[in-house]
Design a protein around this ligand. Structure first.
Ligand code: ADP
Ligand code: ASP
Ligand code: MG
Length: 462
């Protein structure tokens, strides 16, 4: 059994969904299919919810109705293009309209109550995938594949109630997923499951965080001990850098789990950073492939990477981060200040992607831009009494990372990386401490980031 996941760009519209259905149909092994929302739909849902919550009551309904019409047209057109079997079409269209009616009421609720909690946001964004699975189901059934669509929760996945970035409860999910999906597979059915969308123990909708459909796929692969997880996207695998920045970027043949995890964590959007672990612990190979060019090879992620020419395999860029520095003589005099700062941030679900060396008088680290305000407030409250000069914030920065397992045994690689950066006339603001030896990360100004990536790619990628 294999898991096949198709991202938003692969299911962007009717013709693309037909293409996806053909790839699924041509795969003869038993499979489960995981799909994202139609490309751009999750962004649209986030935007409308964020907009209506602040609108004057009088115009809420008008705005929601405009949105309703737009999203209905998009899904109805996709359905009509992807589902030539009129009987299937007439069964699925009412289901789509029913979902859209629920979405409309949800948005009116957000607008009138002027309240958009993470829980409401999960409810609203869940409609993207709940709609797309119906279209993919219809396309498959029109081709004679016995497809059945389910939400992640209906498929057996159970998460905690950390809305917006829910964590799966493995012990409960594993048993339930097997109980639901194995009989379907045995009956010759092809389950089509919502990526990203799941539910908590009270069956309230949760999501796994943006880009989380990849995570759904690898979790299901893990629970069902699948032979393989395939991530179908719009590029030919994981590339040597973001192809939108460097045109010469090439697909990488093989990566280790650790390399892939670092790449994703430090900005390669092509896979979600959490998706590697469930595959890694079960030793399941992950393929990243291009749905627009199914014949091209793609990238294979496994435990042992092959030796290749380049010590550095890929260069990544992580944007939308800010650099925080806590300064003051209090650093030296206050015991465990770093521990206190990190635990207060961690306790409030604020992730720290990168830490630089702390000295007696300062401590620097990176937070995601979205967490910045909260992080600064929390730290200021925590250290107020201890004689600190406060927290210095530097925005508009990016983290650049070079990744490659070959770096571990190669002398002088860091020096070469930094001299390449300096030759490109780019100033390094901060260097990460104690990396996994599979990566080197550093911070530069946003405006220098592309220059840095291009210089590194040119120098190191063979
Ligand atoms: P999907 O809709 O299939 O989930 P995403 O948009 O999430 O696709 O991820 C694919 C995109 O990731 C690519 O179009 C590419 O622009 C971007 N990307 C960034 N870094 C890399 C990389 N190193 N290799 C491949 N793609 C990358
Ligand atoms: N549709 C969700 C998003 O856009 C999940 C995903 O595509 O992986 O974030
Ligand atoms: Mg994605």
């Amino acid at each position: 059994m294999i898991v096949m996941k198709f991202g938003g760009s692969s299911v962007g519209d009717g013709p693309r969904i037909v293409n996806v259905a053909r790839i699924v149909k041509d795969t003869k092994k038993p499979k489960i299919v995981v799909v994202s929302a139609l490309g751009g739909v999750t962004d649209k849902l986030v935007n409308i919810a964020t907009k209506v919550v602040d609108l004057p009551t009088l115009v809420v309904e008008k705005e929601v109705d405009l949105f309703y019409r737009d999203i209905l047209i998009q899904h109805r057109e996709a359905l009509e293009d992807a589902v030539p079997d009129r009987r299937v079409l007439s069964e699925l269209l009412p289901k789509i309209i029913e979902l859209l009616d629920q979405l409309r009421i949800g948005l009116l609720g957000v607008g009138y109550l002027e309240d958009l909690s993470p829980r409401s946001m999960d409810y609203i964004t869940s409609f993207g995938e709940r709609l797309s699975v119906l279209v993919v189901e219809g396309a498959l059934r029109s081709m004679g594949v016995n497809a059945v669509s389910l939400t992640g929760h209906e498929a057996g996945m159970i998460t905690d109630s950390n809305f917006g970035s829910a964590r799966p409860i493995h012990s409960k999910s594993r048993a339930k997923v097997k109980r639901v999906l194995i009989p379907l597979l045995k009956a010759g059915k092809t389950p089509v499951i919502t990526g990203f969308v799941s539910g908590n123990e009270n069956a309230k909708i949760t999501t796994l965080g943006r880009g989380g459909s990849d995570y759904t796929a690898s979790l299901l692969g893990n629970y069902l001990s699948s032979k393989e997880v395939q991530i179908w996207t719009d590029v030919e695998g994981i590339m040597t850098t973001d192809p939108r920045i460097v045109r010469e970027a090439k697909p990488i043949e093989t990566l280790s789990y650790v390399e892939a995890m670092d790449l994703a964590y430090f900005g390669a959007k092509v896979i979600h950073s959490k998706m590697i672990e469930p595959a890694m612990v079960a030793g399941i190979p992950v393929w990243v492939k291009n749905s627009f060019k199914p014949e091209s090879k793609g990238t294979l992620i496994v435990r042992d990477q092959k030796r290749i020419k380049s010590v550095i395999k890929s260069v990544t860029i992580k944007k939308d981060v800010a650099l925080l520095t806590v300064q003051g003589v209090g650093m030296a005099e206050t015991p465990n200040i770093a521990g206190r700062i990190f635990s207060i941030l961690g306790g409030n679900s604020i992730n720290i992607p990168m830490i630089s060396g702390s000295s007696e008088s300062n401590l620097s680290f990176i937070v995601n831009q979205g967490d910045l305000e909260k992080a600064v407030d929390l730290i200021e409250n925590e250290i107020e009494a201890d004689g600190f000069r406060g927290v210095k914030v530097k925005e508009n920065v990016s983290v650049i990372t070079v990744v490659g397992a070959g770096m571990a045994g190669t002398k002088g690689i860091a020096a070469k990386v930094f001299s390449t950066i300096s030759k490109a006339n780019v100033n390094i603001i901060m260097i990460a401490q104690g990396s996994s030896e599979v990566n080197i990360s550093f911070v530069v100004k946003d405006s220098d980031s592309k220059k840095a990536v291009k210089a590194l790619h040119k120098r190191f990628i063979k």
